[in-house]
Design a protein around this ligand. Structure first.
Ligand code: K1U
Ligand code: ZN
Length: 167
């Protein structure tokens, strides 16, 4: 297994729209294992392939304390959503920034699993929030883009300053 490099906002590559996976192969499964290892090591509760500069529609999520409940979604599609609530979000591509974002409360997603089989998942709470956040990454959208232009420019300035100081 390997740890992958996570792209840091405002890297332009975070805005690429990911392509559908045409066939789930051993290479896909290797990428998924590496993504999961990278997410656990970060540590985080989700990761989209876009964040590791692979522009294919693959996400991994694990909100369990014991890192034993990995959810893998290949070519995820939102089939239903209900309600709406604000929740604080973070992002491994935007370190140190936590902001409230409004998302659907309950979602139903259809996707392929690691065997290439279609399945449907109903999610609520943090799992639903994470899946929506990761699906946005596949569309090239980073959560800070839900914030006002003023907040976004303050975040970019803060990240630039932090990177200058840690170089
Ligand atoms: O997409 C990402 O960069 C992962 C992101 C997922 C996420 C978290 C919270 C709300 C929405 C989406 C993260 O994992 S940020 C790190 C984080 O939340 C966390 C880290 C360690 C333990 C628990 C949570
Ligand atoms: Zn993110």
């Amino acid at each position: 297994m390997a740890l992958l490099k996570i792209l840091q906002y405002p890297d332009e590559r975070l805005h690429k729209v990911a392509k559908k996976v045409q066939a789930v192969t051993d290479d896909t499964r290797k990428l998924i294992r590496d993504m999961a290892e990278t997410m656990y090591a970060a540590p985080g509760v989700g990761l989209a392939a876009t964040q590791v500069d692979v522009h294919e529609r693959i996400i991994v999520v694990d909100i369990s304390d014991m890192h034993d409940d990995l959810v893998v979604l290949i070519n995820p599609e939102l089939v239903a959503s209900n309600g709406g609530r604000e929740h604080e979000e973070g992002c491994l591509s935007v370190p140190g920034i936590y902001e409230n974002v409004r998302r659907a409360e309950q979602i139903t997603v259809r996707a392929l699993n690691e065997q290439g089989e279609t399945f449907t998942l109903e999610a609520d709470g943090l799992l639903a929030i994470c899946i929506q956040h990761e699906m946005d990454h596949l569309e090239g959208k980073v959560f800070v883009e839900y914030l006002s232009p003023l907040k976004q420019s303050r975040i970019r300035a803060k990240l630039k300053k932090h990177r200058r100081e840690t170089l």
